[in-house]
Design a protein around this ligand. Structure first.
Ligand SMILES: Cc1ncc(COP(=O)(O)O)c(C=O)c1O
Length: 439
């Protein structure tokens, strides 16, 4: 099937894309099914990135398609403020049942970025609601990605995502990142070294005093900056320090949520319970935009005071808990449950790990790391031309039938959770060919 290509690609300013390069040689997708995309010129591409870390159940899932179509016909939209619809409450209850107590309440958004802003705002408003209004500072981490809105880029730690956008939020500090190639290169699973990086938090708290700090936000595993797996003991230490100083701990699980680590959430994988969990992406299998922030009952209850007719939190989106997104999400959760996709770690993670690490020793490879069903291959950058080598690998893999993702000089792999061993073998053999031919 060949799909017509528009003859004017200029009008669309593409996000996070080298627009001029793309428009000279566009990579256009026409359809998708299961593990594969099909390009407009009819070529099949193995999806090694779950779209953008979101299509966890694979593409074109009939149950989701039907749920969305039925919902559009039945209730296309319901006002999100002062009105509700049953599926929003059903979905919220279902999500809270998937996470440990006390994460008992859900605030719906439409993306990861909105979920991050929501969590940060709830953190600030919570501290004030419980009479600790001086706790306003926020702490993020270098190489953290928390979306692209002002709060998210402020607590995030990616220089290129920050430097063009002025003074950002004030009152934000960053811990150092946990990537330590010298000590941890080629680690399978969690690295041995680096728990002590969490002690930076103590240093920052000492500097500002805990009475001025509202929350710490981290990705349990940093995805977008290249699959940075937390060192053993690191997250435990963060939790302890936050608890000791009465500071909220927020896990940004936009990538790790919904099965990516081979367990339903990073919360389950690492056995650590934060005060808020930020989600999006896999919540609807990427089909309809949606995000959700789960928070503890202690946080929720702090707002449930004052006159009953009064709004408790001045925050929300026109499309919070959109009926179509709720329907898509419930159908998605049904598939995850029916097919056991959120717990495929024990079955597949070891195979995936062995396959990836078989690439050790190939040209340019300076690290391979993995956890659950996510992995990364870090390449030595070309002198003076950072990112170019990995981007060339991306283009070459695309020509050979694999859509993967690169960030900096790192190849990141996060296939849909329906991936088979044969598909993992194909993926790894294509990457091996690409690396061998790469200048
Ligand atoms: C950890 C994390 N937080 C937030 C976001 C932002 O999500 P969105 O692009 O849906 O706004 C992402 C997106 O990749 C992410 O990986």
């Amino acid at each position: 099937m060949n799909v017509p290509v528009p003859n004017n690609l200029e009008a669309f300013w593409m996000p996070f894309t080298a627009n001029r390069q793309f428009k000279k040689a566009p990579r256009l997708l026409a359809s998708a099914s299961g593990m594969y995309y099909t390009t407009v010129d009819g070529r099949k591409l193995l999806d090694a990135a779950a779209g953008l870390w979101c299509v966890n159940a694979g593409h074109g899932r009939r149950e989701i398609v039907e749920a969305v179509a039925n919902q559009v016909g039945e209730l296309d939209y319901a006002p999100a403020f002062q009105m509700g619809h049953p599926k929003a409450f059903e979905l919220a209850a279902r999500l809270t049942s998937m996470l440990p107590k006390p994460l008992d309440h859900v605030f719906f958004t439409n993306s990861g970025s909105e979920s991050v802003e929501t969590a940060l705002k709830i953190a600030l408003a919570y501290q004030r609601a419980r009479g600790k209004g001086t706790k306003t500072r926020l702490i993020g981490r270098e190489r953290g990605y928390h979306g692209v809105n002002f709060g998210g880029i402020s607590v995030g730690g990616i220089p290129t995502n920050r430097k063009f956008f002025g003074s950002l939020l004030t009152g934000v500090d960053h811990m150092r990142h946990t990537h330590d190639l010298e000590r941890n290169a080629f680690t399978r699973g969690q690295p041995e070294y680096g728990a002590e990086f969490a002690d930076e938090l103590e240093r920052i708290i000492y500097l500002h005093d805990a009475s001025n700090i509202a929350a710490v936000i981290v990705e349990p595993m940093s995805g977008s900056t290249g699959v940075l797996v937390p060192p053993k003991g690191y997250l435990e230490r963060l939790r302890e320090i936050c608890t000791k100083h009465d500071i909220l701990l927020i896990f940004d699980e936009v990538i790790t949520g919904f099965g990516r680590l081979g367990a339903p959430f990073a919360v389950d994988y690492f056995g650590i319970v934060p005060d808020m969990v930020v989600t999006a992406k896999g919540i609807t299998n990427g089909v309809i935009p949606m995000g959700a922030v789960l928070c503890s009952s202690e946080i929720y209850d702090a707002f449930m005071t004052g006159p009953e007719h009064a709004i408790e939190l001045f925050h929300g989106y026109t499309y919070s808990a959109h009926p179509v997104a709720c329907a898509a999400s419930m159908a998605t959760l049904d598939i995850y449950a029916k097919e056991g996709l959120l717990t495929r770690g024990p079955e597949l993670a070891q195979y995936f790990e062995d396959a990836l690490h078989s690439l050790k020793g190939l040209p340019h490879v300076i690290d391979i790391r993995n956890i659950g069903l996510v992995g990364a291959i870090e390449l030595r950058p070309i002198d003076g031309e950072p990112t170019k080598r990995a981007f060339s690998a991306f283009l070459s893999a695309y020509e050979k039938g694999v859509m993967m993702r690169t960030t900096g000089d790192i190849i990141a792999l996060s296939p849909p959770l329906i991936v088979t061993k044969e598909q993992i073998d194909f993926l790894v053999s294509v990457i091996a060919d690409v690396l061998k031919a790469l200048p």
